[in-house]
Design a protein around this ligand. Structure first.
Ligand SMILES: NC(=O)c1ccc[n+]([C@@H]2O[C@H](COP(=O)([O-])OP(=O)(O)OC[C@H]3O[C@@H](n4cnc5c(N)ncnc54)[C@H](OP(=O)(O)O)[C@@H]3O)[C@@H](O)[C@H]2O)c1
Length: 310
């Protein structure tokens, strides 16, 4: 089969399509014929070889966690899926998912049936970002109907889904992005939009119940400032949370890591089926343009998701 192989840790140019062996499946796994695969910032961070995840890879190194495709084989213990099912999921995160490939072996527990109204390209862009948004807002953020939530980087892969999930759960939603993304973020249903390049966020927002910070670095200090006492700051990007808590000891501040869950994905699939959650794919590229896709995502200026196909 064809796969995008990382020849050596480092630059995007080290990614190239090669012929490799098709994976075999364990009894609890299914084999997916890939229709599309998604990319995430975790991919380019792993590509450099500097993340803790990098040490778990064996040769040939195949990156990627997000996949959508058709089940072509099921392990003897698998009861949830059958041959021919259209599925999507975040495979094995943060262990190697090997999703940049024509065939992907995945534990059945990491997958959900793809909603019929979700094209494969959109499905491939969804799992890691959607699970992060869902777990960040509901599980860690404990978001409740009627609460106010600030979503930092509301135009990004995670942020644009977080806006819609928060709205679907009945929150008052404020989103930040630069002015070029104003219309896009407003189209997602935010109650307020803040162009962070024009208006200091901590001047425009005050006393929110929850901040979901997908921007990271210095934004977490601004995020902490705008919370009401006992409010919750959930960050998914890098940043010094201990320092944040020194400035706001009266809030709950936490940096989270998404976890694989086919059942969470199934719950969110309901929102997609009901038309309450739309996955925006900025671009679908052929797999041989993977280096370009990584560079574009690494610019931190993309809107929604980038997806690739073989
Ligand atoms: N911990 C976890 O489990 C987890 C899971 C998923 C992702 N992450 C991390 O979370 C971060 C976001 O992921 P992603 O996939 O959403 O990234 P992404 O799609 O690359 O985010 C790009 C978006 O960020 C916006 N942005 C950049 N700086 C901003 C700022 N200061 N304020 C507001 N918006 C800003 C950009 O909007 P403009 O162009 O308009 O500025 C752009 O639309 C990454 O660092 C990723 O590694 C962590």
């Amino acid at each position: 089969m064809k796969a995008v192989v990382l020849k050596d840790w480092g630059s995007p140019e080290n990614l190239a399509i090669e012929e490799v062996d098709q994976p075999t499946i364990r009894p609890d796994e299914v084999l997916i014929k890939t229709k599309a695969f998604g990319i995430n910032p975790a991919d380019y961070k792993t590509r450099t070889g500097t993340t803790p995840y990098a040490k778990n890879y064996k040769s040939p190194i195949i990156l990627g966690w997000d996949v959508a495709g058709e089940v072509v084989e099921t392990g003897s213990e698998v009861t949830r899926f059958k041959k021919g099912d259209a599925v999507y999921g975040m495979v094995n995160f943060p262990e190697p998912g090997n999703a940049y490939a024509e065939y992907v072996a995945s534990p059945a527990a990491h997958l959900a049936l793809k909603p019929v109204n979700l094209p494969f390209e959109q499905a491939a862009g969804a799992p890691l970002a959607i699970l992060t948004a869902y777990q960040g807002l509901l599980e860690h953020g404990q978001l409740k109907k009627g609460q106010s939530v600030l979503i930092q980087a509301a135009s990004g892969g995670v942020g644009h889904l977080a806006v819609q999930i928060a709205k679907a759960y009945g929150a008052y939603v404020i989103g930040t992005a630069s002015g070029k993304n104003r219309e896009f973020v407003q189209s997602l249903g935010v109650d307020e939009f803040i162009d962070y390049q024009q208006t200091p966020v901590d001047e425009a927002v005050r006393d929110v119940d929850l901040v979901f910070d997908t921007a990271g670095a210095d934004t977490i200090f601004t995020s902490a400032k705008v919370l009401k006492p006992q409010g919750r700051l959930i960050s998914i990007a890098y940043g010094d949370m201990a320092k944040v808590l020194e400035t706001r000891p009266d809030i709950h501040a936490e940096r989270i890591l998404v976890h694989t869950s086919g059942s969470d994905l199934e719950t969110i699939s309901g929102l997609i089926t009901d038309g309450k959650l739309i996955v925006t794919v900025q671009e679908v590229l052929p797999a041989d343009r993977i280096a370009e896709a990584h560079k574009r995502l690494e610019s931190r200026r993309t809107t929604g998701k980038i997806v690739l196909t073989f």
